[in-house]
Design a protein around this ligand. Structure first.
Ligand SMILES: *Cc1c(COP(=O)(O)O)cnc(C)c1O
Length: 384
């Protein structure tokens, strides 16, 4: 008998999703004005303990507009993790700024604050309250710590360093809905946080995003920029270039229903992680780290092949898993050596490169059972 295919991350829409979407259609308020957008923003702000939340079309737009709102300008540099989905690096470029890539901590897989500190001390000078890159003469305006895989960076330390250097912090918390670090939501430590509700994320709108901030002025600026920088309620008058980035009601209705089920959606993933961890104990596979102070969601459970594994070998393992009906993927290609960024600036990237070489993300959908996870884990061990 052919075993069922286990997708990497498939949404579960078993709650009020269909009901809220139908209500939204019946109300006629399907565009960017309507009760579901407000309800989704309020519920999300409350969930993560943020004073303000502004719903936008996707996580990439959230990052773009948050970077603009904290003052990133053409010619600036923005520090960012080298181990991430490409979106934050692209968003930095949309602002006309240049990403400067930093390495991650091999023990947590997240942006390494010790390497950040070393980079600032060695490569930068303070000039007029700003951090200036000695090599390029450019201002380092912001840093984007990316909280990956449902875990979190030690963002309190990153924010403290950034404050000392006059650098703004935009957290990429796109993969960290529901995660907590020292009891607080990633995305609420810095000046602004960006979240994604893409189809494969923990809470999905199909597509959607959110900017959160404690700063009312910044929230107002995000609303302004995402509604085409409209300056007058009647006249079509615009002092600046704006964007059509507001989320509409139909996806907000879906997202609100998803958010109501965040607890069970996280519990399902955590149960899979327990099963993976137990199966990998004593095997040649390294399980996902459990960094101190982090309540993880295990958005995508990711394990490491043995240290001698080459990229070619890891590709074969992933192909073999997929052929067995086990939806698996590598970690993201390190960003600093992708073609659009290759000529840019990067610190020494070693830990991220090793994780890219050895990492395998495994089925982590809320509809799967611990028995499914055990089957996937045994298949990976057999191929290691
Ligand atoms: C998903 C994701 C994004 C982008 O979100 P979209 O909603 O797909 O635009 C940004 N950063 C990270 C780390 C992500 O995983």
């Amino acid at each position: 008998m052919k075993k069922k295919f286990l997708p990497l991350s498939e949404p579960s829409l078993a709650g009020n999703e269909a009901r809220y979407v139908a209500e939204c259609v019946a109300s006629g308020w399907i565009s960017s004005v309507g009760p579901f957008v407000d309800r989704f923003e309020k519920a999300f702000a409350q969930n993560c303990g943020a004073a303000h939340a502004v719903a936008v079309v996707n996580g990439t737009a959230a990052l773009h507009v948050a970077l603009l709102a904290v003052g990133v300008e053409p010619g600036d540099e923005v520090l960012v993790s080298a181990l991430s989905f490409v979106a934050p690096a692209n968003a930095i470029r949309y602002c006309g700024a240049t990403p400067v890539f930093l390495d991650v901590d091999p023990n947590t897989w997240q942006l390494d604050e010790a390497k950040l500190e070393r980079f600032l001390e060695r490569e930068c000078v303070r000039r007029g309250g700003r951090a200036v890159d000695k090599k390029t003469g450019r201002v380092i305006r912001a840093i984007v710590p990316v909280h990956i895989l449902g875990s979190a960076a030690r963002v309190d330390k990153i924010v403290a360093l950034a404050r000392r250097w006059g650098i703004k912090v935009v957290e990429d918390a796109c993969e960290a809905v529901g995660t907590r670090y020292r009891g607080k939501a990633p995305g609420t430590f810095g000046d602004a946080g960006a979240f994604s509700f893409n189809g494969n994320k923990i809470v999905t709108c199909g597509g959607g995003g959110m900017v959160v901030t404690a700063d009312e002025k910044l929230a107002r600026r995000v609303r302004y920029l995402t509604t085409q920088a409209k300056d007058d309620p009647i006249e079509y008058f615009h002092k600046e270039i704006g964007y059509n980035y507001r989320l509409t009601s139909l996806p907000a209705a879906l997202g609100l229903a998803q958010l109501e089920r965040l607890g069970p959606l996280m519990d399902a993933r955590r149960a899979l992680a327990e099963a993976y961890d137990a199966e990998f104990a004593g095997s040649p596979i390294t399980p996902m780290p459990r960094p101190e102070g982090v309540e993880q969601t295990f958005w995508l459970y990711t394990a490491l092949l043995p240290s001698k594994t080459t990229i070619a070998r890891r590709r074969k393992v992933i192909a073999a898993l997929n052929a067995q009906g086990i939806g698996s993927r590598p970690l993201w290609h390190t960003l600093h050596d992708l073609p659009p960024f290759r000529k840019g600036r990067a610190d020494k990237i070693t830990a991220a490169a090793e994780l890219y070489r050895r990492g395998v993300s495994l089925p982590s959908s809320p509809g799967q059972t611990p028995a499914d996870a055990r089957r996937c884990a045994r298949a990976l061990i057999a191929l290691a």
